[in-house]
Design a protein around this ligand. Structure first.
Ligand code: ZN
Length: 390
């Protein structure tokens, strides 16, 4: 740890010590503060000798716990936790928690912080016990405790229990929690789909949609469910919602859209649908799917013309790469060799390039994640748009 932090800690502790001492002198004027100050200077000595653990132990012991110093103790523990030193945070908060001088409210506050420390330290069962107690007491920290417990079950992928910790009023008042709850239902729904439990899965996905009508993931899963149960027409109807829910997520609806038209054996209708989509959401993936379909059915020059036209208006590396490939298919000899050189370059530029990015923390990946692996936010990873993406 750096010198600045220790300086701050020292000031906080000295202030706390002074406040504690003042309080004690006021209550018991006959008791001298010499014992406390001895501890204080021992602590200072440890600090100067760069023995931070010993210094903390001594300071915490020296610091009296009373109504004026509780905040200092809590803040000290929190500081350790935010710096990733959760074992020290536990030590400080546990020491505080054991003091009989705490009021019921102070004790609950410390209990909540201790639960946070245990979570940070990965001691989830201990955190769970503390949080459950706080929720049962139904005090002023119930909502915070419920949210923390929800996060704990989320880490354990216990979606049903995570949902059960949310009270109706929390869901009513907090749109963020409704979005998260929708993703929990989607997790349950996709697991049920894997087990071929379609009726139960449908129930979960409907619930997801009820929590968050803008949840693209629920719509996508619902369309997949219809495809799996052999109803491509219903799947198409559901997919129509996505451009309205969130146009930026259109690239994700392309595979089920293609599968639905393929099941109905309507290749022309697929092309028409894609062209309509391209008009409103000019993403490279849409243009590439059109070009692929056209070239696969022998309409190579039409595929090239449409893609070249699209690239003139909305250029993207992915599109240019595909266009070069289409030109290569129609060329020979030296011309083809030149195009091949170009293609190598675009392929190099594309290789390992991320296709999705988290709007919350900037995390990038080739793969799509519904929960960002870095910042743990739900629904914040999106297809990258612009020249380097869609
Ligand atoms: Zn993120």
């Amino acid at each position: 740890m750096d010198v600045m932090l220790y300086g701050l800690l020292l000031i906080a502790l000295a202030l706390g010590w002074w406040l504690g001492r003042r309080e004690r002198l006021r209550q018991l004027p006959a008791v001298p503060g010499s014992e406390l100050s001895r501890d204080y200077f021992i602590g200072l000595n440890y600090l100067l000798n760069e023995q931070p653990d010993e210094a903390i132990e001594t300071f915490v012991r020296a610091l009296e716990v009373n109504s004026e110093t509780v905040d200092t103790h809590i803040a000290l523990g929190n500081l350790f936790r935010t710096r990733g030193e959760s074992d020290k945070a536990v030590r400080v908060h546990q020491n505080l928690f054991a003091r009989p001088a705490l009021s019921a409210e102070q004790s609950r506050r410390v209990q909540l912080e201790l639960a946070r420390d245990f979570m940070a330290a990965g001691l989830l069962d201990r955190a769970e016990r503390l949080l459950r107690e706080l929720i049962e007491q139904n005090g002023p920290h119930t909502t915070d405790s419920r949210e923390l417990l929800m996060g704990l079950y989320e880490r354990e992928r216990e979606w049903q229990r995570a949902l059960a910790t949310l009270s109706p009023s929390m869901l009513k008042n907090n749109p963020h929690l409704r979005r998260v709850a929708a993703h929990y239902c989607c997790e349950l729904g996709s697991e049920l789909m894997r087990q071929q439990e379609f009726a139960q899965a449908r129930k979960q996905l409907k619930q997801a949609n009820a929590y968050d009508p803008q949840c693209v993931r629920a719509t996508l899963l619902m369309s997949q469910l219809e495809l799996q149960s052999g109803s491509p027409r219903a799947a198409l109807r559901i997919l129509q919602r996505i451009p309205e829910q969130d146009p930026g997520m259109v690239p994700l609806m392309l595979p089920p859209l293609r599968d639905a038209y393929d099941l109905m054996e309507q290749p022309e209708a697929l092309l028409n649908h894609l062209r309509q989509l391209l008009h409103k959401t000019p993403y490279a993936s849409v243009a590439l799917m059109i070009a692929d379909r056209l070239s696969q059915t022998g309409h190579l020059s039409q595929a090239t013309e449409e893609l070249a036209n699209q690239m003139r208006h909305h250029v993207s590396l992915k599109g240019v790469d595909h266009l070069i490939e289409l030109y290569m298919q129609q060329s020979r000899g030296e011309e083809r060799a030149h195009l091949l050189t170009l293609r190598h370059l675009t392929q190099q530029l594309l290789s390992g390039r991320p296709e999705h990015q988290c709007t919350e923390c900037g995390f990038q990946s080739k793969q799509m994640f519904w929960q960002c692996p870095k910042c743990r936010h739900w629904g914040t990873v999106r297809p990258i748009t612009g020249v380097e993406g869609e």
